[in-house]
Design a protein around this ligand. Structure first.
Ligand SMILES: [Zn+2]
Length: 350
């Protein structure tokens, strides 16, 4: 499939830049479907002959006032109807990379939910071809290196997850890791023991959402039963001092998403977020955007928000940025990781 794309070369950051830009960072917790902006949803809907149940962008934006994780997920899955073609997935990912680059993201590890598309009759190949084509061009077009992470929907069955992994087999050269997302409570990590073991046997890395709405015990299960290498969210680990101690000892990365936590009411306000204490405890915390089109901000806005609401200083922000590269799946390109880390160390905060 070919279509015209306008290449806008991004200005590559140099040591001689005068004005300090945003701190260089990796984004490790980003659902590509969660980057669907209202304007883009209407554009894709019009192109695909789909009528959205909202009069205009303002009405759709107003629908983004969520009660909790489930009320967000209801809208999230409803809007996915506009994503139908390889071109849609390409443009979705390309638009995200363009925005992320402006905010200092150098490396992005991107989640996608194949079951949310295959259940609507969109073949997994359409999804992966579109996304991976955008990601493969990410370095040249936006200066961002990328990895793709296939997530299983935990509110679907274990059998459906196994079938999804099977359907993805022809495309595994494009996929770095598997993950686990969607409605957490009542769907413990252990439900997916078999598919995670199968993914590991196929050479895939492993991450899982745990301890967002679910209890600290789900974090323990993700570690001990699934053998994950990062915990996505992991916010509720703070309720279990022994678990915190273990996460510190094992240098287990946590991909926190502060603005998401506020919008989905995991915390009352950003000022109540436990991030500062987590850093003081020595947890390997990172800051990410989750579903930025829905939660009020991309990686840069999340960094700015925690800096302002939690009075984080330069060294704490530098630690968060450093952690993001240390926690990235860059083991096959340590030279690149070292380059990114050097950029963090030499960064001047404005
Ligand atoms: Zn998430």
């Amino acid at each position: 499939m070919s279509h015209t794309v306008s290449v806008s070369p991004h200005p590559s950051p140099t040591a001689s830049s005068t004005a300090p830009g945003p701190v260089p960072k990796a984004e490790l917790h980003l659902h590509i479907e969660g980057t669907l902006e209202p304007a883009q949803a209407f554009a894709f809907a019009a192109r695909n002959g789909i009528t959205l149940p909202y009069a205009d962008e303002a009405e759709l934006t107003a629908a983004y006032a969520f009660e909790d994780l489930q009320s967000f997920l209801d809208l999230y899955y409803a809007l996915m109807a506009v994503l139908r073609t390889e071109r849609d997935f390409f443009e979705l990912a390309d638009a995200y990379l363009a925005r992320a680059a402006e905010q200092g993201v150098r490396h992005a590890e991107i989640f996608f939910d194949p079951q949310a598309h295959t259940c609507r009759g969109v073949p997994i190949g359409t999804v992966i071809e579109g996304l991976s084509r955008a990601l493969a061009a990410g370095e040249e077009r936006h200066g961002i290196s990328t990895r793709l992470i296939l997530c299983f929907l935990r509110d679907q069955s274990a059998e459906s997850a196994l079938q999804t992994l099977e359907e993805a087999r022809p495309y595994l050269d494009r996929i770095t890791a598997v993950g686990l997302d969607s409605a957490e409570v009542g769907h413990p990590p252990s439900k997916f023991r078999e598919v995670f073991a199968a993914a590991e046997a196929l050479g895939l890395r492993k991450v899982a959402h745990a301890g967002e709405e679910g209890p600290p015990a789900y974090i323990v299960e993700a570690l001990d039963v699934l053998g994950v290498e990062r915990i996505d969210h992991g916010l509720r680990c703070v309720e279990d001092p022994a678990l915190v101690e273990r996460l510190v000892r094992e240098r287990m990365p946590l991909t926190l998403c502060p603005l998401s936590n506020v919008r989905l009411r995991a915390v009352d306000t950003l000022a109540d977020h436990p991030l500062p204490g987590m850093l003081r405890a020595g947890l390997m915390a990172t800051v990410n955007s989750d579903d930025p089109a829905y939660f009020g901000g991309y990686a840069g806005e999340n960094f700015d928000a925690v800096r302002d609401a939690l009075a984080l200083g330069e060294e704490e922000l530098r630690t968060l940025a450093r952690n993001s590269f240390l926690a990235a799946f860059l083991d096959d390109d340590e030279e690149r990781r070292a380059r990114y880390l050097a950029e963090v160390e030499s960064h001047t905060f404005g």
